[in-house]
Design a binder for this molecule. Structure first.
Ligand SMILES: Cc1cc2nc3c(=O)[nH]c(=O)nc-3n(C[C@H](O)[C@H](O)[C@H](O)COP(=O)(O)O)c2cc1C
Length: 139
């Protein structure tokens, strides 16, 4: 079973490029092993992350994410069972984005456990917005 989770959080004060690099490296190391793919967006103050993969891998990643002292105020945006990965080639690099982009993603629909993620596949859905961003990072 594949599971997809999206959440938002607030970075602790004083996160710099080096710290961000450590976060991404740690995430990539674990995620590769756990079969987790996805994307992380950062606007300088807030994170939005989308992870997808086998349920046990996602549980492990979420445990590490929750335990991280680099951010707080985690808020789940979506948590759904999916039939196929949406971002199989995305290995959790961190994309810097303006806060207006994160604002839009925070209010997008991300799918719930009791709905299929396809629910979020509507034009306003978070997955659709995210895919557009990842395919054209400069757009
Ligand atoms: C915004 C954010 C996203 C993260 N994403 C992941 C992730 O996808 N997978 C994972 O295993 N850990 C993830 N982590 C945990 C970081 O990799 C971890 O905090 C980093 O390795 C630093 O570890 P340390 O606190 O032991 O120095 C995330 C942490 C933050 C703050």
């Amino acid at each position: 079973m594949l599971r997809a989770v999206a959440y938002r959080s607030v970075a602790v004060q004083g996160i710099d490029a080096l710290r961000l690099e450590r976060i991404v490296e740690g995430a990539q190391r674990f995620n590769r092993m756990a079969g987790v793919t996805g994307a992380m967006l950062f606007d300088g103050a807030r994170f939005l992350q989308y992870v997808e993969g086998p349920a046990d891998g996602i549980e492990g990643a979420i445990g590490r994410i929750r335990a991280s002292a680099d951010h707080d105020r985690l808020h789940m945006l979506g948590d759904a069972v999916i039939d196929a990965r949406r971002f199989p080639a995305w290995d959790m690099s961190c994309l810097m984005q303006p806060n207006t982009v994160l604002d839009r993603l925070f209010v997008a629909r991300w799918g719930r456990v009791d709905h299929a993620l396809d629910d979020a596949g509507t034009p306003a859905g978070g997955v659709v917005l995210l895919r557009r961003l990842l395919e054209r990072p400069d757009a």
